[in-house]
Ligand binder design. Structure first.
Ligand code: FES
Length: 207
């Protein structure tokens, strides 16, 4: 179990400063905490709550609502198999069944060595790659049973280290340009007060 590290705490404060309302930073901070440990620890959720000015229950409620956020430990590689319509027609349930058999676990479970977690996913917006599979949010496809075997072998042997980031990592490149953050105004300050000097903010971007 871990709280946000000092470095991530600093990043979190910079992210919060970008938003007019602290609570608007809730989901970005959840992703930051998840990138640290692979999932949202109880302690990290308490830190996020404090930073956003909400209750820990609100953070947990938000984190447990979204598929991309995990509130329980997951494997090093989270493999999501889409079984929505385009992928289903291309054989997604056969691939998912094969995946469960190959790894010896059911969807939603993690292998005993902590290497793989399987998830059944709704449309991943990769319908042109049906059957579409995501590993730690990176797309693969079309994937059939043989392709799945090759994928897990490549992952287990570390051959995709440069392609697939650590579990929980949404963005490997942090944006350092864009909307500048304003210094938070005092609660009693006038709305017409001149804005404080902008400062550089670091926040997550696209990789
Ligand atoms: S239906 Fe599978 S990615 Fe859209």
């Amino acid at each position: 179990m871990a709280r946000l590290s000092a470095e991530n705490r600093q990043k979190a404060e910079a992210i919060v400063a970008v938003y007019p309302e602290r609570r608007s930073a809730l989901i970005p901070l959840c992703h930051l905490a998840q990138a640290q440990d692979g999932y949202l620890t109880e302690e990290a959720m308490e830190d996020v709550a404090e930073l956003c000015g909400v209750s820990a229950a609100e953070v947990r409620g938000t984190a447990s609502f979204y598929d991309m956020l995990h509130t329980e430990p997951v494997g090093k590689y989270v493999i999501a198999v889409c079984t929505n319509i385009a992928c289903m027609l291309a054989g997604a349930y056969e691939v998912l069944g094969h995946a469960e058999e190959r790894l010896g676990i059911h969807s939603g479970q993690t292998t005993p060595d902590g290497l793989f977690t399987i998830e059944e996913a709704e449309c991943l917006a990769g319908c042109d790659k049906a059957v579409c599979v995501q590993v730690n949010h990176r797309f693969f496809g079309p994937v059939d049973e043989e392709g799945f075997d090759r994928l897990v072998e490549d992952l287990a042997e570390g051959r995709l280290e440069g392609t697939v980031p650590s579990h929980g990592v949404l963005c490997r490149v942090e944006r350092t340009v864009g909307l500048p953050a304003r210094e938070p105004q005092a609660a009693t300050g006038s709305a017409a007060a001149a804005p404080a000097p902008a400062r550089q903010a670091r926040r997550g971007g696209t990789s």
